[in-house]
Write a protein that binds this ligand. Sequence first.
Ligand code: ADP
Length: 503
Amino acid sequence: MNIDSDNLAISRLVWQGPFCILCWQNKAAWPIVYVSENVKNLAGYEACDLVDGKISFLSLFENDTLTEIDQQVNAAISKAEMNVQLKNCRIKCSDGGYIWVEFHVSIIRDSAGTVEQFVGYIRNVENIVGEIQRLQNSEAELKAIVKALPDDILLIDRQGLLHQYRDLNNRDISILEAGQAVLHPGLDVSEMFPADFSDAVIENVNRCIDESRIIVDEYFYHSASSDEKQYIEARFSPKSAHEAIVVLRDITERKTYEEKLQFQKNIAEAANTSKTKFLASVTHELKTPLNAIGGFAQLLLLENKDDDNSESINEIILASDLLLSLIDDLLDMSRAESGMLSLEIEKVLLQRVINECMRIVSPNAVTRGIDIVLGNHLDEGSNELYVSADAKRLKQVVLNFLSNAIKYNKGQGSVDVSVVVMNGENRIRVEIKDTGIGLTPEQIQQMFIPFSRVSYNQETVSGTGLGLSISKELVEQMGGEVGVDSEIGVGSCFWIELNEWRE
Ligand code: ADP
């Protein structure tokens, strides 16, 4: 056996190993008698400087660490123990900085039991301590976030046993009748929550783990103390294959508010339905005598055609017609508001609807000196265009737009009616362009609101402000859209866009 070469091999092993070995005597100031050369890697010192006493044992450690080493070593000696382990102490490096180390000390006694010297194993734990500090920081951050939340957070396993809970804001978990005091790890959810709720909690804990997703559920129960309804929103988030985080939030206030709103909404809807029914019956009652007035006035006119009274009779007929159309508008409006407008969507020949409307408005246009010009797709021999609409209601909308274009036009103005086939979109647009004074963007925004009459000359023009809002509702129910483009001083273009009929 070659002792020198064996020593060399052992030295190399130690030099490359994770521990730096230090040996010192049990004398005042603990003189170092051996240190492995890897002390250079650990703290930057030359081993010979430590053995020579140029750098003392005492100068290697922080004062606190030295005191701890002293206390623990003495305690071990008095208890006749062999080893001392000091975790997380700091050693001073040659560059003046410190590193975290783990320090194991073995106490070496002679045959009489007297402590002669010590052997220390020093391991660099700088990375581990750094990682621990990073984790501690992020835990502190998480704790602060959790504390700021208004929720109760529980960790519950698949069997429904409580593993952990957080005492947030120092208050009881709202749903627990017995209060926070009863909480302890291992508690069964059935002892925490009402029966229905605890069954659902266990089911959702298992579901969220199985489906690896967050589940949100709401529960309500009657408080045992006040008998008031309590609402809880519970969120389940899988934490592991066995446990889920359960976040509970008291949503009683929000729910109570929603219930009140729903109650008020139901009352308002019921009132609206009664109003519609009332309007429908009143309208019917009003229309019967009005029709009689109109009918008898027509008869009177026939009998007194050349009479002085004929002008007055004509006024009666005009007024009763106006009243009839007003009543119809009111009825439509109230039906639309309560969602009771029922339409019959069918295949409608667009040109026929426009022609029928033209016949109705033409006399009025002639009286006002307004020229109506038919444009694209409306001249003779044009391809027939079919839209998906309710024919009667579409006629009502086109009539409304046409008569407005005449009513709100300048004297001797004109109205252009044309149809645009919107290729690629399966839509057909009817455009009614007038030479009126035009509308501002603000007026355009308001004009589709019931009873809004926005034009400058509205006092001189009869109307109710209902036509456009009813038209909009009707066209939207046909799957279409209405709109207007306008330029002040030039005129307005009202348009109706509808779906092309598809077999
Ligand atoms: P009414 O004509 O009975 O007042 P409408 O609902 O049909 O009701 O129209 C609402 C308002 O929109 C009208 O009062 C008028 O101020 C404005 N308006 C409608 N059509 C035109 C138009 N072609 N040019 C200018 N203003 C218009």
